[in-house]
Design a protein around this ligand. Structure first.
Ligand SMILES: *Cc1c(COP(=O)(O)O)cnc(C)c1O
Length: 370
């Protein structure tokens, strides 16, 4: 790699994020009709954007107000979230995607000479955010592909100031239950900030859903992050949020760009937040697709991890890369996860029934010829 003299050495060492292949890119590469391509690679909502949010965006365009800066504090969305979560609005910070909030935590808590704890196989943004700040990563070996919270608590060192926990985790779909998180939080010293990344919270079945706001109320060092990108169907608009006690929120606000969430995203998210029917539909479609895909994997004798999210991690062994290429050639985009140290697996986002069927059909064809 060519070294650019002035760039920070720890920035030069960052391995860039590998995003899911966009539909248009594959269409160009393979000469395929983009309308025939199925993308199950970025855990997006297959129902698309909620009609409620689209109407809000249209109204905003009609008002012709987009020449103005957005509300820097997102008053309306924060008020809606405060009501939705039963916390004061001062306990909320908005982000350009929850990715932005994860970065705000890194900006406020990490620097050279400090360390950050996260799990093996945890969401790829944690290593990126840690390394971009020149902090040391304490990567804790996974247990059954998921977070080993006991080992993570034990891994905390004197210079540790931040911990990321993805629950459910992406790309593994693993979930740690309430008792394990309770015990973990009780062990973490208060000088260490704990980010509980709940990007897939809305997909959790009722019996697994925990009142995570209770942790925020109890612990001043806990930050819960959630997003409008997954169940709310607004990934393209980039909006997410963090919930914590005001002292921590004030720190995040200091490193936040004043206009980090755009006006279109604010309007769409505010509308989507009130759209309980859309969330119910999304959860139903996801449960159906989960059953559809896992039944196919069972039939094909493919091992997969039980998932609490809107995606499945399936084991294909040494042929995983060839399978991925075969799927691409058939217009099906899934996600290779070699960058996570999982080269024998593919992550498949759960789509609509017909999209899942296309994926299964292509997978069967590919497995026959490999
Ligand atoms: C998708 C995802 C996010 C962030 O998504 P945004 O679009 O930035 O809100 C955060 N954490 C995990 C674990 C995710 O999978």
């Amino acid at each position: 790699m060519q070294m650019l003299g002035g760039a920070l050495p720890y920035v030069q060492e960052i391995a860039p994020y590998q995003a899911g292949k966009p539909i248009d890119t594959l269409a160009r590469e393979m000469g395929l009709d983009p309308r025939r391509i199925v993308k199950l690679a970025s855990n997006e909502n297959p129902l698309g954007m909620p009609a409620s949010a689209r109407a809000a965006v249209q109204a905003l365009l009609d008002e012709n107000e987009l020449a103005r800066y957005p509300d820097s504090h997102g008053f309306e969305l924060r008020a809606g979230l405060a009501q939705h979560l039963d916390v004061p609005p001062e306990w909320l910070v908005l982000g350009n995607g929850s990715n932005d909030v994860l970065e705000l935590a890194a900006a406020a808590y990490l620097a050279p000479g400090r360390s950050c704890v996260y799990s093996q196989f945890a969401f790829a943004v944690y290593p990126l955010a840690t390394q971009a700040r020149g902090a040391r990563a304490l990567v804790v070996p996974a247990k059954d592909h998921g977070h080993d919270l006991e080992a993570m608590a034990a891994a905390i060192e004197g210079d540790t100031t931040l911990i990321y926990v993805a629950n459910p985790n992406n790309p593994t779909g693993t979930y740690v239950d309430q008792d394990a998180v309770d015990a973990f939080l009780a062990r973490v010293p208060q000088r260490v900030a704990v980010v509980l990344d709940e990007a897939y919270f809305e997909y959790l079945p009722a019996q697994r859903r925990v009142d995570t706001m209770a942790w925020v109320r109890r612990y001043p060092n806990v930050l819960v992050t959630r997003t409008f990108s997954k169940a709310y169907g607004l990934a393209g608009l980039r909006v997410g949020y963090g919930v914590a006690q005001p002292a921590m929120i004030h720190m995040l606000d200091r490193v936040r760009q004043p206009f980090n969430v755009n006006a279109v995203a604010l309007a769409a998210a505010t509308a989507a937040l009130g759209d309980a029917a859309f969330i119910a539909d999304s959860v139903r479609v996801n449960a159906f697709g989960m059953a559809q895909l896992t039944a196919a994997f069972d039939r094909l004798s493919l091992r997969y991890l039980p998932s609490a999210g809107n995606f499945l991690l399936v084991h294909l062994g040494p042929r995983a890369q060839a399978v991925n290429q075969g799927l691409l050639a058939r217009g099906v985009i899934v996600r290779p996860v070699g960058n996570y140290g999982l080269p024998e697996w593919l992550r498949i986002s759960i789509g609509l029934e017909r999209e899942n069927a296309r994926c299964i059909e292509a997978l069967e064809e590919v497995l026959k010829v490999l």
